[in-house]
Design a protein. Structure first.
Length: 95
């Protein structure tokens, strides 16, 4: 499979982007869990959240560049990841 085939839009993974969903929910949950366990200061948490945002944008850009997802797929996946993260933070048991 060549890059030109992917860029032509012949292959698309669909809605939502599981890569974006997983990146948002897992990265931010990991940061939350480390902060809740007292392993991160406020400044470290903020820096890690900014780095996670850059990672998610980079991942989404790469998926769009390769023609694997449309911007709607990527936005939907990111939104779903955020919703799942918020849901989990509401229902999780404290350690």
């Amino acid at each position: 499979m060549s890059l030109c085939c992917l860029a032509a839009g012949d292959i698309e993974d669909g809605v939502p982007s599981a890569h974006c969903c997983g990146a948002v929910s897992l990265l931010y949950y990991g940061i939350h869990a480390a902060a809740a366990a007292g392993l991160l200061s406020g400044q470290q948490r903020t820096l890690l959240q900014a780095a996670a945002a850059v990672w998610v944008v980079w991942l989404a850009w790469g998926r769009a560049y390769l023609g694997l997802h449309s911007p709607l797929d990527l936005a939907t996946g990111s939104l779903l990841g955020w919703v799942l993260l918020r849901l989990w933070l509401v229902i999780e048991q404290p350690y």
